[in-house]
Design a protein around this ligand. Structure first.
Ligand code: NAD
Length: 251
């Protein structure tokens, strides 16, 4: 499949947490497919990312700084992206954080922060784009869950609960808005090459790789390809799906 074979031209995509990592790869891939891209991120670095994507792909991009776990900021972010680029057709709920720790040392703040960004943020952003999508009878939402939603992970009760919650949100919302021609899906990445995995020593890295049937850590681009597909018209008969991108880790 060539980069531009996905039908994304003329679409407006909003990617939360698009400043770096997987979100950046998703924003870039959507732009390569011809979509205009709005990056919404807490980090100011999102402005530079948006500019680099515009220069590399020639599509219009914009950046809005917001904390998507706050309703007023989520609403303002959608309004700002729509003002700059037009009505949002595609929302990617990618912003996420971790505050790991075994439950006996995990404090309430670590639980609340992870649930607020990973789960409530997706609820608030989805709600903020949906009024327009329902009116236009058109839209696609893709949320980034994780393999730990189904498998669990010691030290991540907050994160895996939030990521499992995203799957429930995805399936319920898919049922709510299907009659309005809006699709809602999720991807569940496994271990993806980020600063976190790059920092592992060779022994820890090999132990990780040994658990993965395909025998390698994934790349942000491999996640971005699946997100772009689910967001596009090529996936017009797919809703309520949770697609693993994990090298078989979740089998
Ligand atoms: P990352 O930390 O590199 O990037 C996350 C981005 O989200 C950052 O730019 C950050 O500023 C932004 N962000 C954080 N809180 C925010 C908030 N309240 N409002 C707006 N923006 C906020 O993370 P990543 O590794 O690229 O992960 C992206 C997504 O993929 C996350 O949802 C993560 O849980 C999920 N995921 C990652 C992996 C992995 O191996 N990296 C595996 C499975 C799932």
């Amino acid at each position: 499949m060539t980069e531009n074979s996905l039908r994304l031209e003329g679409q407006v995509a909003l990617v939360t947490g698009g400043a770096r990592g997987i979100g950046r790869a998703i924003a870039t891939r959507l732009a390569q497919g011809g979509a205009k891209v709005g990056i919404v991120d807490l980090a100011e670095a999102g402005a530079g990312t948006a500019q680099e994507i515009a220069e590399a792909t020639g599509v219009a991009t914009t950046f809005f700084k917001a904390d998507i776990s706050k309703e007023a900021e989520a609403k303002a972010a959608v309004a700002a992206v729509e003002e700059a680029l037009g009505p949002v057709d595609i929302l990617v709920n990618n912003a996420g954080i971790t505050r790991d720790g075994l439950i006996l040392v995990m404090d309430e703040a670590a639980w609340d922060a992870v649930l607020a960004v990973n789960l409530k943020g997706a609820f608030l952003m989805s709600k903020a784009v949906l009024r327009g999508m329902v009116r236009r009878r058109h839209g696609s939402i893709v949320s980034i869950s994780s393999v730990v939603a189904r498998r669990g992970n010691a030290g991540q009760v907050n994160y895996s609960a939030a990521k499992a919650g995203l799957i429930g949100l995805t399936k319920s919302l898919a049922r709510e808005v299907a009659s309005r021609n809006i699709r809602v899906n999720a991807v569940a990445p496994g271990y993806i090459e980020t600063e976190m995995t790059a920092a592992l020593d060779e022994k820890a890295r090999n132990a990780l790789i040994n658990q993965i049937p395909l025998g390698q850590i994934g790349s942000p681009q491999q996640v971005a390809e699946v997100v772009a597909f689910l967001a596009s018209q090529e996936a017009s008969y797919i809703t309520g799906a949770v697609v693993p991108v994990d090298g078989g880790l979740g089998i």
